[in-house]
Ligand binder design. Structure first.
Ligand code: ADP
Ligand code: MG
Length: 477
């Protein structure tokens, strides 16, 4: 039986749209073309092997659910991949690829199978009698391990406290361990890593990861269904309870109340609590005092935005994990441009690869600049002083430390002046701040540098050439 693939896929897209970020939707779902729907098999065309793999790895659960809902329990997805010629450049696996009309069919056995129950969200523990006998799923993400967590100054305390807790759950002074920090700085990753490490060392321990939001929903359900006793008993069985984004409980007094009791019970029994929050305990509002004071019993450790080297290391780790290679200058550009959110940093890299795979274009610095402009509007997109310094130093082949030092060597002085000139021209930084970045100079020195550069470019043709080259390298567009 044939069905209209456009209609079916259209309905699927509606649901997908509500379940993924706008950026992901644009990147991964808009380029898909529905080809046909025969029986219970829907065939979609994806632009490359990379797309197919990415969808499989990251959206398989969502796709399964949706396909089954639209087509029925037998629902099955078939990918048709537009074949790429293997004109690979050793340094850049996503370099020019010529699409051919050759199409490869891949049937995904996982999707072909009826969707299994194991994929339902957190198991409802309450309807199962004999709670103690059931194996409780930890809901830990194996990718968020300590191995994959890059250590830097920004996270050293939190990471090592987490690691200590993982070696001796309930047996350190860090109970509870509270990890806090801004969006996308690795809270969720770190608390998973703790849980995974505990499970690795002690498979018999009952570890549970639960977002505070899920905890709240379960609590509301339990009240509705009159199963509060079971709810509380279930949570009190844990050896290690990990609550993510605890700030979600703020203003929810009843949920805080039950959490308070669970907390006390576990703590008294020497069980480990790991909590994450987007704020330090002192800054949490809408949280009961007695709960906040409990949080302070253990250790609060913060996650700061990563420094440049850590950002580069994170990107490299991610590339390695995904089997991707990117030119060094592109990696550096990303790391210099996105400074405050690791999730955005990774997202930008992945979008970039998707873009290049979609347009069959090599990943170049040029493409990276365009892409960042298009996708990462939300981040502060001004070039940073650090990036300007790096580009200038690369251009004149000087070590960046010299530029930041106080040395008065002629070539360094000139490069430093040029960096100051571009920093003034291209960033909103104050003269004082620019000076501080360039060897601790004061604002008058920066002003003098800008005048000198302006004068020189009017009189010295070679110098003007330098400026033009550099301007090209620095411009976003
Ligand atoms: P948060 O929970 O603080 O919002 P996440 O834990 O979800 O942040 O981290 C966002 C992304 O950044 C994840 O993909 C995570 O793997 C990655 N990430 C964060 N910190 C690190 C780190 N130190 N090393 C490697 N990846 C990291
Ligand atoms: Mg998180």
């Amino acid at each position: 039986m044939k069905k209209n693939p456009d209609e079916i896929w259209g309905r699927c897209l509606e649901v997908i749209k509500d379940n993924v970020s706008q950026q992901s939707f644009k990147t991964w779902f808009e380029p898909i073309k529905p080809l046909k729907c025969v029986g219970s098999v829907l065939t979609i065309q994806v632009p490359s092997q990379f797309f197919y793999e990415w969808l499989e790895e990251h959206y398989i659960d969502l796709l399964k659910k949706i396909i089954r809902k639209e087509i029925g329990p037998e629902g099955c997805l078939e990918y048709s991949i537009v074949m790429e010629n293997n004109h690979r450049n050793a340094n850049n696996p996503y370099t020019v690829r010529v699409p051919t009309s050759n199409v490869q069919q891949v049937k995904n056995p996982a999707v072909s199978l009826p969707i299994d129950v194991a994929n339902s969200p957190i198991k409802n523990p309450f309807i199962i009698p004999g709670l103690r006998k059931i194996k409780i799923e930890s809901h830990l993400n194996a990718n968020y391990s300590f191995d994959n967590f890059i250590e830097g100054d920004c996270n050293r305390l939190a990471r090592s406290a987490g690691f200590a807790v993982a070696q001796k759950p309930g047996g350190t002074a860090f109970n509870p361990l509270l990890v806090y920090g801004g969006v996308g700085l690795g809270k969720t990753h770190l608390v998973h890593a703790i849980g995974l490490e505990i499970k690795r060392n002690n498979p018999e321990k009952t570890v549970l990861y639960v977002p505070a939001e899920k905890f709240t929903q379960q609590f509301i359900e339990a009240v509705k269904n009159n199963t509060m006793g079971d709810f509380q008993q279930f949570y009190q069985m844990m050896d290690v309870l990990i609550i993510d984004d605890v700030q979600f409980l703020s203003g929810k007094e009843k949920t805080q109340d039950v959490f308070f009791h669970i907390f006390n019970h576990l703590h008294q029994s020497g069980k480990q609590l790991v909590i994450s929050s987007d704020k330090a305990p002192v800054e949490m509002s809408g949280m009961e005092q007695r709960l906040l004071s409990r949080f302070k019993w253990g250790l609060s450790a913060d996650l700061q935005p990563p420094g440049l080297e850590t950002r580069i290391a994170i990107l490299q780790k991610k590339m390695y994990a995904e089997g991707i290679e990117l030119p060094k200058e592109v990696v550096e550009y990303l790391a210099y441009s996105i400074t405050t959110n690791i999730r955005e940093l990774e997202g930008a890299m992945i979008s970039l690869i998707a873009q290049s795979s979609l347009n069959k274009k090599a990943v170049t610095l040029e493409l990276a600049k365009q892409m960042i402009d298009k996708f990462v509007k939300s981040t502060a997109r001004e070039v940073s002083i650090d990036y300007i310094q790096k580009v200038v130093c690369d251009y004149f082949d000087l070590p960046i430390e010299l530029l930041k030092s106080k040395t008065r060597k002629r070539e360094v002085v000139q490069a430093r002046q040029i960096a100051m000139y571009f920093a003034k021209k291209m960033t909103k930084s104050s003269l004082a701040n620019i000076g501080a970045h360039c060897g601790g100079k004061d604002h008058a020195t920066v002003l003098h540098a800008c005048r000198t550069v302006n004068n020189l470019q009017e009189t010295d043709k070679q110098f003007r050439g330098y400026l033009e080259d550099l301007e090209k390298k620095l411009s976003i567009h």
